[in-house]
Ligand binder design. Structure first.
Ligand code: F6R
Length: 241
């Protein structure tokens, strides 16, 4: 793991955006694995700024999103599809046909997960996978004690994740209890992983991820075994290391 410490969230976002931008400059048809949540928002804004300055061209980029809530359609403001379109895609020149999502409205989970697996396999591999992390160590929606060998699958969200994510919803009751997610296997197959972490509330888990045992109890601990992980984390997140 290569670890970059930044002074704060803004510097983390700038540094991570520079890494992603260099990936796109060096390989304009890169396949990017993307994440949602609070952590990458600043990074996405930086990418938009670079596009507006004429420094980045997304026209050949392909994207695959990590995960999606089951039962939310793409126009639902809490869906990850809606997030990506509004936080990034509609501001840049990515071709919407090149932006791929899990479909939270597909009730047949086996059919949806197989479709997504075929899609990823069709790309060969993901060039750069962006990841954030949950306070319980989840990556994507791979909750603690998920098998490391899993590909795309349906998950029941833990109470902790439902509670933490309820901040995005009007009411905790509205948070879906299920999601589709790329599995740990899909993430470990990516050529490079860009792992962004910020804030005090992630410090405990980040210490476990980087220095603790590799265990399904801390899903992100598996990243210790990936050969090309870049961690960009702020001082607060790294404060217990
Ligand atoms: C989002 C995702 C999640 C988040 C994690 C951290 O697509 O897969 O694993 O990265 O829940 O979320 P934030 O950044 O909101 O703390």
């Amino acid at each position: 793991m290569q670890i970059y410490e930044t002074t704060d969230y803004n510097e983390m976002s700038r540094k991570a955006a520079n890494i992603m931008a260099s990936q796109i400059v060096l390989k304009p048809d890169s396949v990017l694995g993307l994440a949602t949540g609070s952590t990458p928002e600043g990074l996405y804004q930086q990418l938009i700024d670079k596009y507006e300055n004429g420094d980045l061209d997304f026209s050949k980029v392909q994207t695959v999103n990590l995960d999606e809530y089951v039962g939310l359609d793409m126009d639902n403001h809490q869906s990850y599809h809606y997030y990506m379109v509004n936080k990034l895609f509609r501001h840049i020149n990515v071709d919407p046909k090149n932006c791929h999502f899990l479909n939270g409205m597909e009730k047949d989970s086996q059919k949806e997960c197989s479709r997504f697996e075929r899609l990823i396999q069709g790309f060969g591999s993901i060039d750069l996978q962006l990841l954030g992390v949950g306070e319980n160590g989840h990556i994507g929606f791979n909750e603690p004690n998920t098998h490391f060998s899993k590909g795309t699958h349906l998950v029941a969200l833990t109470q902790n994740t439902i509670e933490v994510n309820s901040r995005f919803f009007k009411d905790k009751e509205e948070v879906p209890h299920y999601a589709y997610t790329m599995g740990i296997k899909n993430l470990m197959d990516a050529k490079r992983i860009l792992f962004v972490v910020n804030g005090k509330r992630k410090a405990k888990i980040l210490r476990k991820i980087i220095t603790g045992p590799i265990t399904p109890e801390v899903p992100a601990s598996i990243l210790q075994l990936h050969k090309n992980v870049t961690v960009v984390a702020d001082k607060e997140a790294l404060s217990l290391l």
